[in-house]
Unconditional design. Structure first.
Length: 329
C-alpha cells in the first residue's frame, strides 16, 4: 500500500500568464505557494483482478479503458499500472471548484502514488511535466501550467514560463520569519458556492488575443512581487493581489459578479489591502491579505462566510506511507 500527500495552493500573482497560448509567445511569471491542505491518494493491491476507484463515486471495472475518472485512467496508463488495484482519493476540502488547484494536486498525487507502487523514484519536475501531459494534452483541460508545478515542488516559488517552452521554478529567498508573517496575513473565506472552472477558463483562453496588454501587466506584477518579497516588503503581496485582481476580473466573463465585488469591497473597507477569488474565479475561495490589526474587523464583516485557517506549506507531493509485501513464489 502507498499513500501520497499532495498540497493545494494559493496563487499570489501572475495567474493567467501560464497558458501556453500566451507564454509561448510572450513569456509569463506566477508567484504561488503550497498550503497545508492536501489531497491524499491511496493505492493498494487487490486479491482479485478488479480495478476499484473510490472518490465522490465508486467505480468497479475490469479494464483501464472502462474507468470514467479521466485523471485516474491517465495516471494508470502513463505509469503502466495494471489490474488488481484499488485507488482512493481523499481531500481536505471540497475538491471540485475550490480554486485552490485541487484537480492538478489530484493528478500529481495519483502519479506519485502509481510510481511509488511500481517502485519507481520520480523527481518533482517529472511529476509536474507528466501531470501537465495528462491534464492538458490528454484530457484537454483548458488550464495553465502553474498548479502542477507548485503541487509537485511545494513552498513559495516563482514559476517562470519561457517562450521556448522551458519552465523554471525557484524558491523565493525569504527568512522563515518573513514567510510566517506572510502566511499569518493571508486569510481564506469560502464564498459558499463552487463552480466548474472549465467554462470560465475556456473564455479566458479564447480572449487571450484581446488581453495581451493585461497579461503583460500581470507578468510585471508577479516579477515586481518577487523583488519586493525578497527585499522584505511583505505588504507588497496585498497591493499585488489588488492590482492583479483589477486586471484579472477583466480577462473574461464569469470571473466575478456583483455579489463577489460587494464582498471584496467590504473586506477592503474593513482593512484588507487586497485580495482575489482563487483560481478561475466565479466562486470557491476568496483570498485576502490583511495585516494583523485589521483581521478581526474583516472576520466580523465577513462572518457570513466560513473561514478556512491555513499555513503556507514547505513540502510538495510526498509519500507518507509505504508498505510493500514480499512476493511469494
Amino acid at each position: 500500500m502507498m499513500i501520497t500527500q499532495t498540497p493545494l495552493r494559493i496563487s499570489l500573482a501572475g495567474g493567467g500568464t501560464d497558458f501556453p497560448e500566451y507564454f509561448r509567445t510572450h513569456g509569463g511569471t506566477v508567484v504561488s505557494s503550497a498550503i497545508d491542505k492536501y489531497i491524499y491518494v491511496i493505492i493498494k493491491e487487490r486479491f482479485d483482478s478488479d480495478i476499484v476507484i473510490n472518490y465522490s463515486r465508486k467505480e468497479i471495472v475490469t479494464e483501464i479503458s472502462e474507468i470514467k475518472h479521466e485523471l485516474v485512467r491517465g495516471a494508470m496508463e502513463l505509469t503502466g499500472i495494471g489490474n488488481g488495484v484499488e485507488i482512493t482519493t481523499l481531500a481536505d476540502i471540497p475538491s471540485r471548484g475550490s480554486g485552490l488547484g485541487s484537480s492538478s494536486s489530484v493528478t500529481v498525487g495519483l502519479l506519485h502514488a502509481c510510481h511509488a507502487f511500481n517502485g519507481t523514484l520520480i523527481d518533482a519536475d517529472q511529476l509536474a511535466e507528466q501531470a501537465c501531459r495528462i491534464e492538458i494534452d490528454i484530457a484537454g483541460k483548458p488550464i495553465g501550467y502553474q498548479d502542477q508545478y507548485i503541487a509537485a515542488f511545494g513552498h513559495l516559488r516563482r514559476i517562470r514560463f519561457n517562450p521556448d517552452g522551458e519552465i523554471s521554478i525557484r524558491r523565493l529567498s525569504m527568512s522563515e520569519r518573513q514567510r510566517r508573517r506572510l502566511g499569518n496575513n493571508l486569510l481564506l473565506f469560502f464564498t459558499g458556492r463552487t463552480r466548474l472552472s472549465a467554462s470560465i477558463l475556456e473564455g479566458q483562453k479564447r480572449s487571450i488575443v484581446n488581453n495581451i496588454e493585461r497579461l503583460k501587466g500581470l507578468t510585471s506584477i508577479a516579477e515586481e512581487l518577487v523583488s519586493s518579497l525578497e527585499n522584505g516588503d511583505i505588504d507588497a503581496v496585498g497591493h499585488a493581489l489588488d492590482e492583479g485582481w483589477n486586471l484579472k476580473r477583466r480577462l473574461a466573463s464569469g470571473i466575478t459578479d456583483q455579489e463577489i465585488d460587494s464582498v471584496y469591497e467590504r473586506a477592503k473597507k474593513s482593512g484588507a489591502i487586497g485580495g482575489k477569488i482563487a483560481g478561475a474565479g466565479g466562486g470557491g475561495f476568496l483570498l485576502l491579505y490583511v495585516p494583523g490589526p485589521h483581521q478581526e474587523s474583516v472576520r466580523t464583516e465577513l462572518q457570513h462566510l466560513r473561514e478556512l485557517p491555513f499555513h503556507l506549506e514547505r513540502d510538495g507531493s510526498k509519500t507518507i506511507f509505504s508498505f510493500r509485501q514480499y512476493e511469494t513464489k
